[in-house]
Design a protein around this ligand. Structure first.
Ligand code: CS2
Length: 493
């Protein structure tokens, strides 16, 4: 079989092997700038948009993908070499997979090399939406201050060098300023990250920054920019070398960075787009007036479920989420957590069958073909836990409900932060707060509460005697008996 590098020139030969875009990509106009073109965006928004672009009335919604960080250089160069094309491999539960080429990313920019091009693109009147997948940590929210973290050196850099920014806040501020000064219209800024009320979050954080960087712009933004909330969902593990090789051996496609994901996908979006929007509802997205309950459900069940399996599973020496969920003690623990600590805080979710949803999560986590990496799930836990787990803890404490299982997971995270699993194997960790986590985790061996002193993560949680007691008991139990035995005790009580 002849091999083809994925690019426009080879697309018709590749179309004999897998499905490729049937629309003329050269006729697509760019209407969206998307920042953060890793796996998740390409399995989700770019996928929905690719389906949409098959409708000729929607040809104004091509995507310009922006790589914001130096870390993103590989993905940028890959997309550039492949004319924005990439392969999406959807792995079903039964082991079958569908492979297709996605064409919705029609332009791409690398911010560290050309910041002015990114600012100009974001200010282009054809651009109606700036969407973001910048991870939980990218919002620069500080739990201790309950607000924007001006101490972040990158933010300080952006304030001092507005024309060559490094953060999303610097870029968006500059481009909105250009729009205003040129008498242009505003646009929609659409978060696609796992954050409760992600639209409100980006709005609040951006306005905090603008108040200092460009105070006269605040009022213009309030009138001319909208920030819809959205719930985004599709499990997208890190692409492995085996996936790349498999694509080449099976289909003769040479793609330096295909994306692998599960079949399930969901996108629930608040219909609040000030300058119009794609008809994403025709390709499966749901537009609603209030996204908050959907977000809450997803973050506190799916994402928290991932963290539970990831942290406990890492200590037990597992490498992938499906291995962890296949341990019945761990999956029982997760189910009990979802039923007794999360469900009571969700209230009535109209139209949603919570039991079915929880059951379906166990199935999705168990997809052996996905092999979602525990290292991926546990990475940046210091930004994830305050969003995925702590809101449940606070709500349960408020209504005097149980926090025993959540406290167990936090205790396990403190022990995980010592850097080794229970067999003594070094864990591959990645976290913006790594040094602090290491330090506090070591101090916690003698005084477990020390770990809860990380205020940017836990806020004032250490002042709750109920939580501290449950956490300390769990901590001591894990150190003494190990995760599995401690979980069995909880499950049988
Ligand atoms: C995961 C998410 O990063 C994580 O910890 O929980 O990436 C999760 O896979 C997605 O939100 C699924 O929609």
């Amino acid at each position: 079989m002849k091999n083809y590098t994925l690019n426009t020139k080879n697309l018709s030969s590749i179309s004999e092997r897998v499905s490729v875009p049937k629309y003329d990509r050269s006729k697509i106009k760019t209407g969206i700038v998307h920042v953060g073109i890793g796996g998740f965006h390409r399995a989700h928004e770019a996928f929905y948009t690719d389906q949409l672009l098959h409708d000729p009335s929607q040809s104004d919604w091509g995507i310009c993908g922006v790589a914001l960080l130096e870390f993103d250089t590989k993905i940028y160069h890959t997309l550039k070499k492949q004319d924005g094309l990439y392969t999406l491999i959807v792995k079903e539960l039964d082991g079958t997979q569908t492979t297709q080429v996605i064409g919705s990313i029609t332009e791409y920019l690398y911010a560290p090399e050309n910041s002015m091009a990114v600012i100009e693109k974001m200010a282009d009147p054809d651009i109606k939406i700036i969407s973001l997948t910048i991870t939980e940590g990218g919002y620069n929210y500080d739990e201790a201050k309950k607000g924007f973290n001006f101490c972040n050196p990158l933010i300080q850099h952006d304030l001092a060098h507005p024309k060559t920014p490094k953060t999303i806040f610097g870029y968006v501020t500059q481009s909105l300023n250009l729009r205003r000064n040129r008498g242009l219209k505003g646009c929609t800024i659409q978060s696609c990250d796992n954050i409760q009320e992600n639209g409100h979050m980006i709005k609040n954080m951006l306005l905090s920054y603008v108040k200092v960087a460009e105070p006269t712009l605040v009022e213009w933004i309030e009138k001319n920019v909208s920030f819809p909330n959205a719930m985004v969902d599709r499990i997208t593990p890190v692409t492995s070398e085996a996936d790349i090789l498999n694509l080449k051996e099976t289909f003769g496609i040479e793609d330096a960075w295909p994306v692998v994901c599960e079949p399930f996908k969901q996108w629930v979006i608040e219909d609040n787009f000030i300058e119009g929007r794609p008809a994403w509802e025709t390709v499966g997205a749901q537009f609603v007036t209030n996204v908050v309950p959907y977000e809450k459900m997803k973050l506190s069940l799916l994402n928290a479920g991932h963290s539970v399996l990831g942290i406990l599973g890492a200590l037990l020496g597992y490498k992938t989420i499906d291995e962890a969920v296949r341990n019945p003690n761990i999956s029982d623990f997760l189910m009990t957590y979802m039923d007794t600590e999360v469900t009571p805080i969700l209230g009535n979710l109209e139209g949603i069958h919570l039991n079915e949803y929880k059951q379906s999560l166990l199935e999705r986590f168990g997809n052996v073909n996905i092999k979602d990496q525990i290292d991926r799930i546990c990475s940046e836990s210091s930004a994830k836990i305050p969003i995925f787990i702590l809101p449940t803890v606070h709500a349960q404490l408020k209504q005097k409900g149980s926090v025993q299982l959540a406290a167990f997971v936090i205790a396990a995270w403190a022990i995980y932060s010592l850097g080794k699993d229970e067999k003594g194997t070094v864990l591959e960790r990645k976290d913006a707060l790594q040094t602090l986590l290491n330090e506090k985790a070591h101090e916690a061996i003698n005084a477990p509460i020390t770990f809860l002193e990380i205020e940017s993560v836990f806020g004032k949680l250490k002042e709750s005697s109920t939580f501290v007691e449950a956490y300390t008991n769990a901590y001591n139990s894990i150190l003494k008996d190990g995760v599995e035995q401690s979980v069995i005790e909880i499950n049988t009580n």
